[in-house]
Ligand binder design. Structure first.
Ligand code: SF4
Length: 344
């Protein structure tokens, strides 16, 4: 069995607001293997983006990690480092962020400075973490870093890279900006890429191209990817393993094939029913998940999904089901499949 690259255990992140406490992540656990593509799926507000910001130690006040561990295997280290123990703005966390764990955000426009060319910003990142590209211990020159950047532009499918390297982010189309962002994320050869809904801000045709590109790059660089999305169709194309989240908790997880062919949790089943079928009748309205996501200050007691669950039983509103093995490779938090509740 391969050791994980990342192991998140019982992670809790809360936001203390004037109106009350929001438990954005409420006991999330999962593992990620080296080179694996993990899909994290759920409706907006389910805690998936907050979980990823916690991994990067980028939780803004009034948010705070209140419990749990985020253990990450650093390059060239036999031991795992608990990222929750590092100062978010300290030197070690800054080195990990960008050089070992990189983020592809939803909106790349905000990630690039408008006053420097896109190429200059990537060249600076390569020079900062230049040891990843060095051969024979010699310091990289700016010219070498520029040549590497042109090569990365080519890898991510940017045509005329020698000219586009001198463009500003606002001169590029949405699709080209997202490709440049992927080049920026790869510029330090990270062992983990976090892609947070990376195709939300681009048109449908470009979306398909960016997903195909990420698949190719993952195979080429053998980088592990956590792919955050609300779209199970994207997960089917991209990931080998999927974690389904709802109200800050993991509802179900397992290999993509098992989850798609034999989902155990009522929430996963409802998400799957709401994906359009290529072969079904085109005029039938897709079923939507009954009810609405509870207000963050009004979290239901017991199983968080019970107010919307078609299979809810009296017990479901009284106790929180824990995440347990329910099939050979699947875990689910649901009393339909086991009796084990979280400790009160
Ligand atoms: Fe539905 Fe109960 Fe399972 Fe929650 S524990 S998903 S309410 S059956």
């Amino acid at each position: 069995m391969t050791d994980p690259l990342l192991s998140v255990r019982d992670l809790k992140v809360s936001f203390q607001m004037d109106e009350g406490l929001v438990r954005a992540v409420d006991g999330t656990s999962f593992d990620l293997l080296p080179g694996q593509v993990l899909g994290v799926v759920g409706e907006s507000g389910c805690g998936k983006s907050v979980t990823m910001r916690a991994i990067l130690q980028l939780i803004d006040r009034p948010g705070r990690i209140t419990a749990g561990e985020i253990r990450f295997r650093r390059r060239d280290s036999a031991e795992m480092t608990d990222l929750t123990r590092l100062a978010p703005r300290g030197a070690e966390m800054r080195d990990i962020r960008g050089a070992e764990i990189a983020l592809i955000p939803q909106e790349p426009m905000a990630a690039f400075s408008p006053v420097h060319t896109v190429g200059d910003q990537i060249v600076e990142a390569i020079l900062l973490h230049g040891h990843r590209w060095q051969e024979g211990g010699r310091k990289l020159t700016r010219t070498q870093a520029r040549t590497i950047t042109i090569g990365l532009f080519r890898d991510v499918g940017i045509s005329m890279p020698e000219q586009r390297i001198d463009a500003y982010s606002w001169q590029l189309s949405g699709g080209l900006r997202q490709r440049a962002m992927i080049a920026m994320a790869l510029s330090c050869k990270p062992s983990l890429l976090i892609a947070d809904e990376p195709t939300t801000a681009i048109d449908v045709t470009t979306q398909a191209q960016v997903l195909a590109l990420l698949r190719d790059l993952q195979a080429k660089y053998d980088t592990a990817i956590i792919f955050i999305t609300h779209d199970l169709g994207v997960i089917a194309q991209m990931a080998s393993y999927v974690v389904v989240m709802y109200l800050g908790r993991v509802m179900e997880e397992g290999p993509v094939d098992d989850i798609f062919h034999a989902p155990k949790h009522p929430y996963t089943r409802a998400l799957l029913r709401s994906i359009p079928s290529l072969y079904g009748a085109t005029r039938i309205a897709l079923p939507v998940i009954a009810g609405t996501l509870p207000h963050p200050f009004n979290r239901p007691p017991g199983c968080p999904f019970h107010p919307r669950c078609p299979d809810a039983m009296p017990r479901c509103s009284a106790a929180v089901p824990s995440l347990q093995s329910v099939a050979a490779n699947q875990l689910a938090s649901c009393f339909l499949h086991h009796d084990i509740a979280e400790p009160a």
